[in-house]
Every structure is written in C-alpha cells, then in structure tokens.
Design a protein around this ligand. Structure first.
Ligand code: BG6
Length: 504
C-alpha cells in the first residue's frame, strides 16, 4: 500500500507551524521523506502561526531546523530549494474564523490544480488546550468532512487524566470520525519498537515459550540522562507517569503481552493491544505503595557537568511534588500471563539513557552440573534494546573453553548496526508517512488511551493526595531511588542494564 503514494496528493496543515515540534521533527521528517522519494508528486505544507512571516522567511527559518536536526545533517542547496517550494506560511490566529476561511481557500486552490482525491492532514502541533478550539473551527468552516481523505493528527499529552481524556475523545469525535483521528505516540514509530511485532509474529519458535509456563518476569526500563530541558512548565504539571508511562511504556507493554492478531490491519492490532490494557490488574488505592515507587531527582553531576535538582529547574515549583521517576509492578490477568510480574520504570537524570525490555525465562527444571561449574549461572534472558543500541540479545548458558566444565552466560546478538547498512528513519518519518497512507496501526485509538489512563488513575490519585515526604530522593546520575531496587528485589530479581557502549 505504501508504494503507491504518487497518486495521493497531500496537504499538511501544521497548526503550531512555528513551534519547536515543526522545527525539530516534522519538517526534517517530511524533508527526508521527500529525499527518499516517499512524498507524493503533489504535496504542500502550510505551516501557520501568529508571527508575521512571508513564505520565504518561514522557509529560511525551517532550513535552520533541518540543518540542525535532520538525520542527514546539512542540506544540499539544490535539494532544499526544490523541497522548499512546497512550503507556505499562513499568518493565523487559531481562534478566528478568518483563519479557517483562508485555509479553506488555499486548500481549494491546490485541489483545483491537482488531479485526484487530495489528502488534507491537519496536524495539531500545539498545546492541548487548543485541540478542541481548532477541531471545532475546522468543522465549523466545513473543512475536514471527507472521512476518507481528511485527517487530524494529535500530539500527546492526550488528556491529563481519565476524565479529561474521555471528554477530549468525546469532543474530537463530534468533529471527526475515529477513522480520521491519529493520536501520536512517537515511540510506536521507532524502528526497534516496530520490530517487536515482527520478532514475535514472524518467528514460529517464540510463541510456544511466550507465556507463564516459561517466562519468569518481564522488565521494561526507559531511563534518560536528560532532565526536563526547559520544559519545566509542562513537566511540573505532568510528571513521569503522564509523560512516559501512560503512553510509551504502556505501548511497549502491549507489544510484549498482546495475543497474536489475526491480521496486520490497524483495528485488529489495536484490538489485541487494548485487550492487554483491559487485562492489567487494577491497583487498589491501599496497594499503591506496595506496587509503585516514585522519585524526584536532586542535583548531581552528569558526565562531568554539574546539573541542578528538579526543584531548581526553571518554571518548576520549588516545593514540587511531581515525580521524575516512576516504577510499577503490574500483572496481566489472562491465561497467558497469570502470575508473571511485569516491572516497569522510567526516570529523568538517570545514570544511562537506555530503553530496554528484558524477558527473563524460568530456570532449568533440574541442574546436572556441579556447583563449581555453574558459578555464573543465569537464567535465559531475552533483551530487546530499543535505544541507543538497537539490538535483540538472547542470553544463554555455554561451556567456557577449557578442560573443566565451566558454564557461563553468553549473548547471541542481532544488532542492527552489524546487520543492516541503510540509515534508520526517524520515528516521525514513519508516522507521517502512515498519515499520508491512511494507516492507523501505529496510532493510539481512543479506547486504548482511556484504558491506559484507567490503569494509572489510582496511582495518580494516591500520589497527588499525599505529598512525598522525601523528595528529592535520588541524585542525578543514579538509577533512581533505592526503594525502586526493593520493589523488584523482594521478588528475587534485579533491574537489568546493558553495559554502556561508549562508541554508540
Ligand atoms: C516524550 C517525553 O514523549 O518522550 C519526553 O515528553 C521524553 O519527556 C521523550 O524525553 C523521550 O523520547 P525519545 O524518543 O527522545 O527517547
């Protein structure tokens, strides 16, 4: 399907066209799609914003972003000039009818000029408080009504809690059909994340062991060295649960725990994912402190540089109760996963930036080896590394060469770097291409988002109701609060990390 884009003329309308997302991610992604010949012959990007810019000034501004953030580095002038002709600026106030009337005229002009049905993709790269204003105005001015070709792309955060997400879904669905709504979770566009489906469902040897009979426990760990990077205003209102767990981490959980879909169709895949979220055992309010850990970073040193504590970051309340670290122990109550603990953690200003999934298998039922030969004994483990290293490792036991029978763990590694030579596209390239194609597989459906909020609400409520007494409780450049070790150690496990590859 993705191969016949030439006849899919497309207009991207980017609300928030002068913002950071357009600058760093969206335009570089569209540019790379263009260079890789994925863009249709006829396409236009209309960025809008309040600034007084003409097309040439807007293009010049975006060029800086592409030079800085495109995976290809600096542009070649001729290639950029050719691409830039497709970009337009609309000076706009998103609350004014005139904005949408003008937009309507621009869209009509392109439609008259181009042959065939034209996709119109309204991309809301704006603060969530504007989502409804924009979607209602689009509808009011008679735009966005073609269910097959008009689409609305929404960035996270999708709601602030269950109630606001339900309300947002309701209001958006008053203007657009669910088939038209593309809720972004950029993690789903990452190459190594997409590969989880291929790994699980294109290999027959995995399915027989992918269950409670063979799997001991699962860990999902997304750690970041970065702090809040000038986003204190947003983050202080969000925290790690809303920023990372509700979306990215739960999507990873779904990919690991889902049943095999019967086809690769968007709704079939999303049905299987929502089944997982449905099956996640809800934490009761009185159990929150048993199954979860929260943390907030204090000052410290990251790679030789002094970094402030969270409460000292700009736009953060100096007595903030917001968590910058969260760890959870969840269970998926179904036949496949009954009794298998899923541990997940995420945090900012941690010792390493790494997104890892570790699946630990049960031990051999009986050991035939003498104790001395199995000194380094370790249960089999499958490690899916999403970033920075992109790899899948199966850790097995092997005999160490030598005259005695010494067993030690070794890795069988599938490493992208060593296997493929082509450049990996950025997540946004995949996702934007899918919006053109009209493939919703990698986007969150309304019910999924609500289910994810439903799981977290008892934790959010408990953490908000009772201020943490010991924040900050981990220093920058650590692995989070000590008590997060206890969450997993009490079951006899420890958090798994990969050694840092200084070259990557
Ligand atoms: C975003 C969060 O969704 O994901 C950020 O808002 C986080 O806080 C980022 O840093 C992580 O994504 P990536 O792709 O940079 O690892």
């Amino acid at each position: 399907m993705k191969f016949s884009l030439k006849d899919k003329p497309t207009i991207f309308v980017i609300f928030g066209g002068t913002g950071d997302l357009a600058f760093r991610k969206l335009i570089p992604a569209i540019y790379n799609l263009h260079l890789d010949k994925w863009m249709p012959k006829n396409f236009a990007v209309i960025g809008n914003g309040r600034s007084e810019l003409n097309d040439a000034e807007y293009r010049k501004r975006l060029l800086k972003g592409v030079n800085e953030f495109s995976r290809r580095g600096k542009v070649k002038k001729a290639e950029w000039d050719e691409f830039a002709e497709h970009i337009y600026f609309q000076q706009a106030n998103i609350k004014d009818d005139a904005t949408y009337k003008d937009l309507g005229k621009r869209i009509e002009t392109f439609k008259k000029e181009w042959e065939g049905d034209v996709n119109v993709i309204f991309y809301l790269a704006v603060a969530p408080r504007f989502f409804i204003t924009i979607s209602e105005n689009i509808k009011k001015q008679g735009l966005g009504g073609d269910v097959e070709h008009d689409r609305l792309v929404i960035e996270k955060p999708f709601g602030h809690d269950l109630e606001s997400a339900q309300e947002l879904n309701k209001l958006l669905c008053a203007s657009f059909d669910e088939k038209q709504i593309y809720r972004i979770d950029h993690y789903l566009g990452k190459e190594a994340v997409q590969n989880i489906m291929a790994f699980r469902f294109a290999n027959a040897i995995l399915e027989p062991v992918w269950n409670r009979n063979y799997i001991d426990h699962v860990q999902i760990s997304v750690s970041e060295q970065l702090g809040v990077e000038g986003r204190g205003g947003y983050y202080d209102d969000a925290g790690a649960l809303r920023d990372m767990v509700q979306n990215h981490i739960f999507q990873l959980l779904c990919l690991i725990a889902m049943e095999p879909p019967t086809s690769f169709s968007a709704d079939e895949v999303r049905n299987r994912k929502v089944d997982v979220l449905n099956a996640v055992r809800r934490i009761k309010p009185e159990e929150v402190s048993h199954y979860t850990v929260r943390g907030q970073y204090g000052p410290g040193w990251i790679e030789g540089e002094k970094v402030p504590g969270y409460r000292e970051e700009p736009d953060v309340n100096e007595e903030s109760n917001t968590e910058t670290f969260a760890a959870l122990n969840l269970f998926v109550d179904n036949w496949r996963w009954q009794g298998v603990p899923f541990y997940m953690r995420t945090g900012k200003r941690m010792h390493q930036s790494a997104s890892l999934i570790s699946i630990q298998f049960k031990d051999t039922p009986h050991s035939i080896f003498p104790t001395y030969s199995a000194e380094n004994w370790q249960q089999n483990r499958l490690v899916i590394s999403i970033q920075p290293e992109m790899s899948i490792r199966l850790q097995i036991q092997a005999k160490r060469p030598g005259l005695d029978m010494t067993i030690n763990p070794v890795d069988m590694i599938f490493d992208y770097k060593g296997t493929y030579t082509n450049d990996t596209p950025e997540a946004y390239e995949t996702l934007l291409l899918d919006t053109i194609v009209g493939d919703q597989t990698l986007f969150m459906r309304g019910d999924q988002v609500e289910e994810a909020w439903d799981i977290l609400m008892p934790v959010i409520n408990a953490w908000e109701a009772k201020k943490s007494l010991n924040f900050p409780n981990y220093s920058s450049d650590s692995w989070g609060p000590e008590i997060a070790e206890a969450l997993i150690a009490r079951d006899g496990f420890h958090w798994f990390t990969l050694p840092v590859d200084k070259k990557s």
